[in-house]
Unconditional design. Structure first.
Length: 413
């Protein structure tokens, strides 16, 4: 059988041949034992040396993102010692990066049999289950990590994500707040907290987090977007414009936020700016009910009534949201301005049917009062309006009801 050669200071020699040079009866017992031990451990030492070289090459491949090639090299260390923890973790990592999750799980779980508290294996398994959308299983690993080190902000943050993805935002906020307490300059955590607070309509808390983040990174696009969302909810449109102008100056042209900018400009009577942004969204193929609706309002504000009508009608044609009542109401007002009361009545009726809004009911009553000779129609709508708690037109309506009743009485109606 072939044996590896042993390197000596005087050159290469074959150990079998060396033994032949010295017949057994001429060797001392001590020499024979020494030769035996040397030859017995030689293959293992040689393989370990070879494995070490392969492992270092594998690390180089991993650093170069050549994970498949790294796995071939790591096979050497695994074949020699299947319980080498570093080797197991690196093999698991390569499988994870390639996307072979089941193989990665095998090696990370094997790692945990050797070291049950190994953070790399636990966090990697958490990541795999997170990618597989098995959030409950992922959470179990992140909680184990928190048990090992509760002061690690990364573990707290991952647990926060899992809680949110399991529809438990309150618990998620708790984990994110702990992560923020441990690492106050983590912008990712700050952003997540602001997102959660906005979703819960806790705008003051959201604003506090956003301002903390903007002190650290004044041009952070995501934080500026969240700032715009907060001020949109508060109807503070100057602030919305200010925040979004900073994101757009950095090249942010995301449709949702450009639409938000267009609406904000419209609210502060910057009609040209509103039209510019809304038209840009439309030109990029975002032909939605909302884009057409606000384009209708912008063109109406500019006095281009026919173009406004076109966009309102497109909004209604595309409409699937709860804002259909508003779309019909805006088109009704446009027809009202054009003195096309029949069409206005048609759309006020539809607006009220969609929304049951007292505002739309009053406008339906008012338009009916003007259009119909039979005042019973308008009276019915006015009385229906008075049954609501809406107070904006109550004084006018009460007076008009008395007038109509008197008019109908005099006519014998």
């Amino acid at each position: 059988m072939h044996r590896p050669f042993l390197f000596s200071g005087s050159g290469w020699c074959n150990p079998i041949a060396a033994q032949c040079l010295f017949p057994k009866n001429q060797l001392s017992l001590a020499m024979r034992v020494l030769l035996y031990l040397c030859f017995a451990i030689l293959p293992t030492n040689f393989l370990l040396s070879q494995s070490s070289g392969s492992y270092q090459q594998a690390l180089e491949k991993i650093n170069a993102f050549q994970f498949e090639q790294a796995l071939h090299l790591l096979a050497d260390c695994y074949s020699i010692d299947a319980n080498d923890l570093d080797c197991l973790l690196k093999i698991g990592y390569c499988h994870l990066q390639i996307g072979r999750y089941e193989d990665a799980k095998l090696f990370f779980n094997q790692s945990l049999k050797i070291d049950s508290s190994n953070a790399t294996a636990l966090s990697s398994l958490g990541m795999i289950y997170e990618r597989e959308a098995n959030y409950r299983k992922a959470m179990s690993y992140y909680l184990q990590l928190i048990g090992l080190d509760s002061l690690n902000s990364y573990y707290q943050k991952r647990a926060g994500y899992m809680a949110v993805r399991m529809d438990n935002s309150i618990v998620g906020i708790g984990f994110f707040l702990k992560a923020h307490e441990l690492q106050t300059n983590d912008l990712e955590t700050i952003d997540q907290l602001s997102e959660l607070y906005i979703a819960m309509n806790e705008l003051d808390f959201a604003e506090q987090m956003i301002e903390k983040g903007l002190v650290l990174a004044p041009n952070n696009i995501q934080l500026l977007r969240n700032k715009a969302r907060v001020h949109t909810k508060r109807q503070e449109y100057e602030e919305v414009v200010s925040a979004l102008e900073k994101t757009m100056a950095q090249g942010d042209t995301t449709e949702y936020y450009q639409l938000m900018a267009g609406v904000a400009y419209l609210q502060i009577d910057s009609v040209e700016q509103a039209l510019f942004h809304l038209q840009r969204v439309l030109d990029r193929g975002e032909e939605t009910e909302h884009v057409h609706h606000y384009l209708g309002r912008a063109y109406q504000a500019q006095g281009e009534i026919d173009t406004a009508q076109h966009h309102y009608e497109k909004a209604i044609q595309l409409g699937i949201s709860s804002k259909m009542g508003l779309f019909h109401a805006d088109l009704a007002k446009l027809f009202d301005e054009k003195n096309q009361l029949k069409s206005a009545l048609e759309h006020y009726t539809l607006a009220y049917q969609y929304s049951q809004s007292p505002e739309h009911l009053f406008q339906l009553a008012r338009a009916s009062d003007i259009y119909y000779k039979d005042k019973k129609v308008a009276l019915r709508y006015y009385e229906q309006y008075l049954q609501t708690s809406h107070g904006k037109y109550r004084s006018f309506t009460e007076g008009r009801v008395l007038e109509l009743k008197e008019y109908l009485h005099l006519r014998g109606g």
